[in-house]
Design a protein around this ligand. Structure first.
Ligand code: T3D
Length: 267
């Protein structure tokens, strides 16, 4: 599959898989083909033990401009029936967001430019966001009479709180990266020219950490969103028992006691 992608570039090195949305002339707008290809790339990443961190970024000056509006033009000119939005979301968007959120490996959105509509939602679904100074987030949905989707109504509130989520979603204005950082929506902002290197350093760090502990941490953070205190304490006890039984845990403690750097293998 890796050789047959038309809308994305996929590269892997040193445990880091990078998916580059690659339709720069259309601001990497999200087409049906891109949806299938990103889903396939994430499925491969999930299966491949050599992949320990996934980066999603965009080619050119945008991260992703959301739904490719040109692709669905026919539904607005009368050439095609009106779009079945529910079915369209369930087929092309929901699986992608679920794949990002449930991937048992850390995901980084490296936001190289504007992330609009579902493009912003995808970035918000990743575990971490690093952005160039000129990047921005834009809940563009309202500008075309739609509601925010691809879980942005949830992730925005989780990352920034209701008031800020409402401001972004109701006004549909661009939020510059540095402001988004202050709001808690972006973890790190760097100079544009430094974004590739800063992303690579962050991804390399994650790829070198104990991957089972990272996977269990993701699951445990996710469970906290739905659990009561008692349930979450119990979940943590269960997850810690699993982490504590890994070779990487033993290596981490031994390395500490022996005053050396640990070498984690994912076992
Ligand atoms: O079931 C469903 O489908 C519902 C799901 C919805 C999910 C969504 O994502 S809805 C939201 C869709 N996205 C938008 O509404 C954003 C539309 N784009 C913009 O607002 C602006 O283009 C940007 C803020 C992203 C960037 O502005 P700017 O001034 O930097 O660039 P530009 O000149 O507007 O765009 C550059 C090119 O990209 C241009 O093409 P051209 O004229 O050079 O040939 C423009 O048409 C194209 N482009 C930008 N966004 C899209 C797009 N082409 C197709 N679809 C786009 N979303």
């Amino acid at each position: 599959m890796a050789d047959t992608y038309q809308t994305i570039l996929v590269g892997a090195a040193d445990g880091v898989l990078t998916i580059t949305l690659n339709r720069p002339d259309a601001m990497n707008a999200y087409s049906a083909a891109m949806s299938s290809e990103v889903q396939a790339a994430l499925k491969n990443a999930a299966r491949d033990a050599a992949v320990r961190c996934v980066v999603i970024t965009g080619a050119g000056r945008a991260f992703c401009a959301g739904q490719d509006l040109a692709e669905i033009k026919g539904s607005y000119t009368g050439e095609k029936p009106p779009l079945d939005f529910g079915a369209h979301l369930r087929k092309h968007y929901t699986p992608l967001v679920k794949a990002i959120r449930t991937l048992e490996k850390p995901t980084i959105a490296s936001i190289n430019g504007v992330a609009a509509g579902a493009g912003a939602s995808f970035a918000l679904a990743c575990d971490l966001r690093i952005a160039g100074k000129s990047a921005s987030l834009m809940m563009a949905f309202v500008n075309i009479g739609l509601i925010p989707d691809s879980a942005a109504t949830l992730t925005l509130i989780q990352h920034a709180g209701y008031g800020r989520a409402a401001e972004l979603c109701l006004l549909g204005e661009k939020l510059p990266a540095e402001e988004a950082h202050r709001w808690g929506l972006i973890n790190r902002v760097v100079e544009d020219a430094e974004l590739p290197a800063a992303t690579a350093a962050l991804a390399a760090k994650l790829a070198a950490l104990p991957s089972r502990a990272l996977a269990l941490t993701k699951r445990t953070l996710a469970s906290a969103l739905r659990n009561t205190l008692d349930e979450q304490l119990e979940y943590e006890a269960f997850a810690q028992a699993t982490a504590g039984a890994t070779k990487d845990h033993v290596e981490g403690v031994r390395a500490f006691l022996e005053k050396r750097k640990p070498t984690f293998t994912g076992a």
